[in-house]
Structures are given as structure tokens and as C-alpha cells.
Design a binder for this molecule. Structure first.
Ligand SMILES: [Zn+2]
Length: 501
């Protein structure tokens, strides 16, 4: 919470963390190069963010769940648009930063802003929200930390550190925040926690993120009540001292001042209570099951659908319980329960196009896993321009001898979504299924680039160049020249990184 830790302790922590986390850092690393004024430059911040994001993409908790990603995007994009319209998000930052939300399947209640416009959001947080407005309130707050340059100012306080040490500190603080009781690493844990504290925002910054975030979220069309009910949830957890499950509270203490501020803002805005949507109910259910994969939790989720009070629940709540139960039954590999629960879910969402679509996607996901490709293609519209449909139907096509169709659709997609690693990876398998090995290897390289892993990408590009030299892979001249260009670009990105250490 404070930025005024003794610098010596901070350096000690940083050095220890760096040693722990980046044992591969070269000897003789360069001295600090970050800016010295109140904030680091936006390009330095972006580069620092890339280092951290690259590690997050490799974290086993990182999840690219097409439905949840799409849902979070449907909240995130309007927030960005509102921040632009209000002038909080300047054209310079808009262009320079990533503005991407990465999901983690961790069950704890957490969200965090990282340097360079990356945000992390735990599915545990999504799972405890009762409305889209509550999720949006958290995203808007974190977004405002970035647009107000709080991160760059906080990081600038550590400017005696080299970028890779800073990246290590932030990653270490995040690891500690996720699991403060990590067994066998008590020292590392407590030092990481100290680093986390030195990297926390000040009270003033929190107040500002609340105020700006509130303005952004309401302008984007979210209900002001979402802030209040989210704060109430956090406050309740704080009363129970539940910071183990709510790491968000450690970085965002619920002071009575913050709560009072938010209540008075909400009263001024004169809006009624938040109406939960069916869509949110289903996505919160999905987040809950994915973030609680233990057998006991899954069984308890299935049982909820047959609890005695079920019939009396409101429709939205019934849909939430049934979606979670269906997905949980599938994860328990209980096909009889799946088909029984799916039938009930279909009945509850009938008449709601969004709910029906999400139920269809769930059915298709299960059919795909069972190898029933015909059913996937019958259930979903293969011409849909939406990502969850595209990824599911393309997989079914690749597995059922229709790889050419899949490749064509995926090619069109990555032309406008070049950072979609999952689409590139799938495109790679569509090419491979048609024996187009050169294109397959290049698509794999692009998937690595999309997740900022330039070393692995270069390895793949070189493998592709090798294929060209041996005359293998289809003798595609245009493809070969694209590969040479991309290999050079990735090489220069890697060189630049090495210089920044
Ligand atoms: Zn904050």
C-alpha cells in the first residue's frame, strides 16, 4: 500500500527475487536505463509489460477460453471506448499499449493491472459476481490505474532497477499474491510479499482509480450500482478477513472512505438495482466450474441442480445452476447426467437468443471432446464470424477431413486478428492435415509470436527456412519470402530485448 519502503529492503528483495526467478540472466547486466522523472516513458512501460505478459502466457493458470474471453471483451471494449471519449485514454497510449485482458483460471478473487496495458483477471472473481456491471467496475478501476499512469509512476520509484529486475519483482509479487502460504518457499514468499507491498498503489492512486473508473464505466453504459455491490462483496470478505481467497483485498483495501465515496457517487446517479442478465449468469457459472476443478467441487455443483429449493429460484439463477451442473457433469465424465442436465438447461434458456447460443456452444464443446464432429457442425453455424464458433467448428472440420475449409476461414480470421495464438495454432494443424508442412510450421511460429515468445518463434521460422532449403514443404515462393521477412523481424526483436537488460 505504501511506496515509501526503505530502499535497502527493496533492493534486497529485488535482488533475491531476481536470483530466484531469473537465474538465467546474463552476468554483467547493464545498469538502469529507465527514465528518471515522475514516470517512465510509455515505450519503456510497454516493453516492461511485454516481459511480464510473456511469462503470464506461459503460466499454467493462463487460460484462453473462447466463451469467457469473448464475454470479458464485451465488457472491456466499451470501457476502452468510453475512456477514449472522455480523454482518459490518450491517442498515444491507445496506440502504444496492448490493452489486453489475460484470464487466469485461479479461483481466488483477483484482478490486476500490469505495465503496458495488460490486465490480469482471475476467473474466481468473475465467478462471484452477480452482474456484468460488477465485473466492469473492477476492469474500469484497473484500466484507470493504467490510463492515469499510476503504474509508470510506481515503477519509476524503482528506477534504480534494470527492466528485467523490475519484471522479476512484479512477477514475484504476483506469485506471492496468488499463494502467500506457498509451502517450502517461506522466505521467498515473505520477500515477494514485501516486494508486492513496495509495488502497491498509494491511497491517492486508489481514490483516483475509483473516481475515474466510475466515470468511465457509467459512460460505457454500466450501472453505477455495480460498483457498490462489488464493494459490498469485498467489504464482506474483508470483515471475514478472507484475504486468502480475496488477494484483491490486499492490493485494494476496502477502507470506509472508499466505500463512502462510492455510495455518494452512486446516490447522485439515481439508478435502480442491477438486473442480472442470463448471459452473465451462464458465464459466471462457466468461470466457477473452470476455476474449481476438484472432484468434490464438481460433484457439489451437479447436486445443486437437484436441490429441493431449485424450482423456486428465479430463472436467471436456475440457468446459472444448470449450466454449471452440465459442465461439471461433463468434467466428471458422466454422460447420462450431461444429457439430462443439458435438456433442462435448454428449457430454461428457451426464448433468450444469447442464452440459447451459449447452451449450444456448451453442447458443441462436449460433442467435440467426444469426437462427434458431425454433431458439432450440426449444432453450430460454420459460417459464424464469432470466435467461439470459429474455433470449435474449425477443430471439428480438421478432424473430419474438411481441413481445407477450416484453413480458409482461419486464414481470413488471422488476417484481421494476428495476435490470436489459438487461431494460428489451429491453422497450423489445418495446414498439416493437408500436407502443407511449410505453412504449418510458419503458422506455429506466428502462434509463438502472438504470445510474445520470440525465442520459440525464431526456432520455428528457422525450421521453416530449413524446409525451404531442402526443397520440402511445397516449394511455395511467396510463403518462403514471408518466412524470411518474419524471421528477420523476430531476430531484431530478440536483439532489442537483449540490449535492454
Ligand atoms: Zn486499485
Amino acid at each position: 500500500m505504501s511506496l515509501s519502503r526503505p530502499p535497502i529492503a527493496r533492493r534486497g528483495v529485488a535482488a533475491t527475487l531476481a536470483a530466484l526467478l531469473l537465474a538465467t540472466a546474463p552476468a554483467g547486466a547493464q545498469l538502469p536505463t529507465l527514465g528518471d522523472a515522475g514516470a517512465i516513458s510509455s515505450s519503456a512501460e510497454r516493453k516492461l509489460g511485454e516481459r511480464i505478459a510473456r511469462e503470464l502466457y506461459r503460466d499454467p493458470d493462463y487460460i484462453d477460453d473462447p466463451e469467457l474471453v469473448e464475454y470479458v471483451q464485451s465488457l472491456w471494449q466499451p470501457l476502452l471506448a468510453a475512456a477514449r471519449a472522455r480523454g482518459e485514454l490518450t491517442a498515444e497510449l491507445d496506440e502504444r499499449f496492448a490493452w489486453q485482458v489475460l484470464l487466469g483460471k485461479d479461483r481466488t478473487i483477483n484482478a490486476f493491472a500490469l505495465p503496458g496495458g495488460w490486465l490480469g483477471l482471475h476467473l474466481g472473481l468473475v465467478s462471484v459476481t452477480s452482474s456484468r456491471d460488477e465485473v466492469a467496475s473492477v476492469l474500469a478501476h484497473e484500466l484507470s490505474h493504467v490510463t492515469q499512469r499510476h503504474i509508470s509512476r510506481m515503477v519509476a520509484k524503482e528506477s534504480q532497477q534494470t527492466p528485467w529486475v523490475l519484471a522479476a519483482m512484479i512477477l514475484g509479487a504476483m506469485a506471492a499474491s496468488r499463494n502467500p502460504q506457498a509451502g517450502g518457499a517461506v522466505m521467498a514468499g515473505s520477500q515477494a510479499l514485501a516486494a508486492q507491498q513496495s509495488l502497491n498503489f498509494s491511497r491517492d492512486m486508489e481514490r483516483e482509480a475509483d473516481r475515474i473508473g466510475f466515470g468511465v464505466a457509467t459512460q460505457a453504459g454500466f450501472e453505477p450500482q455495480g460498483f457498490v455491490t462489488m464493494f459490498e462483496k469485498l467489504q464482506q470478505a474483508a470483515r471475514l478477513n478472507d484475504t486468502g481467497n480475496y488477494p484483491y483485498l490486499r492490493t485494494h483495501p476496502m477502507t470506509s472512505e472508499r466505500i463512502a465515496d462510492m455510495q455518494s457517487r452512486q446516490q447522485l446517479s439515481d439508478h435502480g438495482p442491477v438486473q442480472p442478465t442470463l448471459e452473465h449468469a451462464l458465464m459466471a457459472a462457466r468461470a466457477r466450474v473452470i476455476s474449481n476443478p476438484g472432484v468434490d467441487a464438481l460433484r457439489a455443483t451437479v447436486v445443486e441442480a437437484d436441490a429441493s429449493g431449485f424450482a423456486a429460484l428465479p430463472r436467471v439463477r436456475q440457468a446459472n445452476v444448470l449450466y454449471a451442473a452440465t459442465l461439471a457433469a461433463w468434467r466428471l465424465r458422466d454422460p447420462a447426467a450431461v444429457s439430462r442436465l443439458m435438456g433442462r438447461l435448454d428449457a430454461v434458456v428457451a426464448g433468450d437468443p444469447t442464452g440459447q447460443r451459449l447452451a449450444r456452444l456448451l453442447a458443441a464443446e462436449i460433442a467435440l471432446a467426444l469426437g462427434d464432429n458431425t454433431r458439432v457442425l450440426r449444432t453450430l453455424d460454420a459460417d459464424s464470424k464469432r470466435r467461439p464458433e470459429l474455433l470449435l467448428t474449425a477443430q471439428a472440420q480438421v478432424q473430419s477431413g474438411k481441413a481445407a475449409e477450416a484453413a480458409q476461414r482461419l486464414q481470413t480470421w488471422v488476417a484481421t486478428q494476428p495476435r490470436d495464438a489459438a487461431a494460428w495454432q489451429l491453422l497450423s494443424s489445418a495446414y498439416a492435415a493437408q500436407g502443407q508442412s511449410l505453412r504449418a510450421v510458419r503458422a506455429e511460429a506466428e502462434a509463438r509470436v502472438a504470445q510474445l515468445d520470440y525465442t520459440a518463434a525464431l526456432d520455428r521460422f528457422k525450421a521453416a527456412q530449413d524446409l525451404v532449403r531442402r526443397g520440402a514443404g511445397g516449394g511455395d515462393h511467396i510463403e518462403a519470402s514471408i518466412i524470411d521477412t518474419r524471421a528477420r523481424q523476430v531476430e531484431s526483436a530478440l536483439r532489442e530485448q537483449a540490449l535492454e537488460r
